[in-house]
Design a protein. Structure first.
Length: 234
């Protein structure tokens, strides 16, 4: 694994890595902007507590957008054949590890930016909310976890277009089958991440929820890593 550091440096210099993160962040901020504008323009809607009302959908948007960007971080290069060249340069393990780490770093910065903008958007409201470090960390963490989830799922699927639908479906499917799942729904990955980030944003410790979400992430990433080491790259 000695090639991980040079592979990571090379990955961090890829323009698409940062372009994808920017596009994902702008998409989330655009949708959030529409929601905030609708609340501001509605004369009968109270603005007090709007931050708490929008927090969960905002985190869900960040999680989904991060997962899409993360999946594309793998599938776009796999489709174009660039991943094969990286494997030849750095070997399989370092290439996969470095790409996952670079994807996580860009997602952390993108999520933190979204959290900061979400916080300062309160100046548009009469009783607006103020940005906090906890909220910024919550958005950054949700984006990072989503990107790693999408990267792992995308590496298993490999098809660029299929990932576009399959990765978001893996996050929203628990909501559609909440009836059969019952109480076990809260133990699935997207629900755990949203719950942990939401509690962190309002200064409520949620270590157990974090470790449960991280366990899902470790398992899926480990499976993806093992498959990547054994599976043909064609």
């Amino acid at each position: 694994m000695a090639n991980v550091v040079p592979a990571l440096i090379s990955d961090l210099q890829r323009p698409w890595l940062w372009k994808g993160s920017v596009v994902g962040a702008l998409l989330v901020l655009g949708i959030l902007g529409l929601l905030i504008a609708a609340a501001v323009l509605d004369p009968g809607a109270p603005t007090q507590g709007l931050d708490l009302l929008l927090l969960e959908p905002a985190l869900s948007l960040v999680l989904t957008a991060g997962a899409l960007v993360g999946s594309f971080s793998f599938t776009s290069d796999y489709r174009d054949g660039c991943l094969n060249r990286r494997v030849l340069l750095f070997q399989r393990g370092p290439a996969f590890t470095a790409r996952a780490a670079a994807t996580a770093v860009s997602a952390l910065l993108g999520g933190a930016t979204i959290g900061l903008v979400f916080g300062i958007s309160g100046i548009l409201l009469d009783d607006g909310w103020q940005p906090s470090l906890a909220a910024i960390l919550a958005f950054a963490g949700a984006d990072c976890m989503g990107s790693l989830w999408g990267f792992a799922i995308g590496s298993l699927i490999r098809n660029h277009l299929v990932s576009l639908f399959a990765v978001p479906l893996s996050l929203i499917l628990p909501e559609f089958i909440s009836g059969p799942l019952g109480e076990t729904k809260r133990f699935v990955f997207p629900v755990l991440v949203t719950e942990w980030a939401g509690q962190l944003a309002i200064h409520i410790p949620a270590r157990i929820t974090f470790f449960e979400a991280a366990t899902w992430l470790v398992i899926v990433t480990a499976v993806a890593f093992g498959v990547f080491l054994k599976r043909d790259l064609v």
